[in-house]
Design a protein around this ligand. Sequence first.
Ligand code: GLY
Length: 346
Amino acid sequence: MSVTTEIKMTLQTLRRFTVLALFGVALSTPALADDAPKWSLAVHGGAGVLERGELTPEKDKAFRAGLDAALEAGAKVLKAGGSSLDAVEAAVRVLEDNPLFNAGKGAVFTAEGRNELDAAIMDGATLKAGAVAGVTRTRNPISLARAVMEKSPHVLLAREGADQFSKEKGLEQAPPEYFYTEERWKQLLAWRKDHQAMLDPTHLFGTVGAVALDQAGHVAAATSTGGMTGKRWGRIGDSPIIGAGTYARDGDCAVSATGSGEYFIRESAARQVCDRIAWKGETVQQAADGTMASITKIGGDGGLIAIDGQGRAAFGMNDLGMYRGAISSAAPTPRTAIYADEPSPR
Ligand code: GLY
């Protein structure tokens, strides 16, 4: 570490300490509590207007099984002492491969009938991040986002350039028909008829994401999405925007959001959660709720998942539901919830 970096970090620590001391709150990076989990993971599969009874029992079961599978994939990495970065990538890949969720295989269609995928990943230990927007050929966009982070000097690559980078770096390619699902196509046809922004109320915002704390105390976040049915003009949402839909910073938190992306961008939602913890001394749940309140205030909706430096998971939403789940060393069986009035797993 250079002397300049060291001085900068010391000044940052002093500034944070002063602010927190003034407000009489605890530092945001306390020593691990005795009962804190050694590792922890939370996932989401999108938020929306989910009335109880709208999902058939079979669909309810299938969504929960999808979340369970993602939790198990990430937990396997964390249990074995792997990194939070590997865990969130593994969890999101499972959700991307599941046609029920709006990411990868289950992505929604643009107005022109294409699938344009966005994804981002962030490493809380180094503040390194990678993201892609509007990609069309990569089976698992989250792995492409990671390749941008690790194999390019950039943070965000878009459209044809990102597709080309994907091929050059040897990521698994998929033909356009791989992303076709009948349900999403029907949603597009209905959208074209009525020009409604969204038609399936149970899938208003079907982004997927994961946040994790590993045994070394590092956090990471990952988000992947097909965006919105009928999107046009190269529209990009919050998911691949670092600080909006995705953010991670060791000691504070890791966040992945889902919802009306434009509002999450305007509120710097993911970064806002971490800053509330760092600068205001809020708990991760207070920070998640406070951030969702700021989204509500400007007319946005959706939800977010967050995990703090102690592995405490928090879920915030202003919709009737969010597909969500958690698992940790303290509670090592996957637990899921869908409806807003269903207790969130901790
Ligand atoms: N939150 C996903 C999007 O707006 O694209």
